[in-house]
Ligand binder design. Sequence first.
Ligand SMILES: C[S@@+](CC[C@H](N)C(=O)[O-])C[C@H]1O[C@@H](n2cnc3c(N)ncnc32)[C@H](O)[C@@H]1O
Length: 276
Amino acid sequence: MEDEEVEKIEIRLLLEALRQRYGYEFHNYAEASLRRRIGLFMSQQGLQHIAQLIPQVLHDREFLRSLVNSFSVPVTDMFRDPAVFVALRETVIPILKTYPFVTIWHAGCSTGEEVYSLAIVLHEENLLERCHIFATDVNEDSLSRAKAGVFALEKMVAFAENYQNAQGRACFSDYYHARYRFAKMKHFLNKNIVFAAHNLATDSVFIHPQLIMCRNVLIYFNDILQNRVLTLFYESLDRGGILCLGRHESLRFSDVERFFQPLLAEERLFRKTLTC
Ligand SMILES: C[S@@+](CC[C@H](N)C(=O)[O-])C[C@H]1O[C@@H](n2cnc3c(N)ncnc32)[C@H](O)[C@@H]1O
């Protein structure tokens, strides 16, 4: 049997162990990315075969947590793709301002950089006080870091440049306290944010927001899981609510495509039709 065939069997067995023992669902993650993540984890652990992960995962909770965290890709930035934040200011926020209170679901928030960026924009547009933001992710370590709101000071230079390109209105350093090699985001930015664990592959809808942001998450899922998640967003969103996806993500070929209108197609902003 070819090595690749054996590897496929091992991955299937590993995912089945995760499902049966803990209810974790990774079967519909994009195969190439999953294989890359597992390979990286094995070389960190000094293991040769994927099957060697199975007994450890079944019996060692700490090992399980590291493996599950290694499946998620916590790469993120503040004001990543600044044009999206300009579009939020110019196109989305005027719509949100028509509501007395606004609920926002930020799905796949990773270590929080993106949700703090959104909070800054909402603050500058005088809307933050009226917003409740639910920031969720499957990776609990990332969520703890997001909650702490502490980032490496050396990253702030690049973040400040993104902020300027996103039409930031103030001086970026007004939003954090610098101490030693770290920057701690100011408390007023996260006082309306609830950080919580939520798994897009298995969990259901829990709020009815006017805006869902979920960028650079669907790219790690196969078509089946993408469809599940987009249906979840459709069911969750308020009528007329807005969905913001990542640059390389779309609603195309999903079951719910027909229930959305493009709001700003190039920035992947879609609006749930008012009639459904
Ligand atoms: C590349 S990051 C994107 C972060 C941020 N949205 C951005 O665009 O900068 C992908 C995030 O998706 C999260 N993720 C992966 N699978 C998930 C799932 N099943 N449910 C919820 N979040 C998931 C990962 O933990 C990771 O934090």
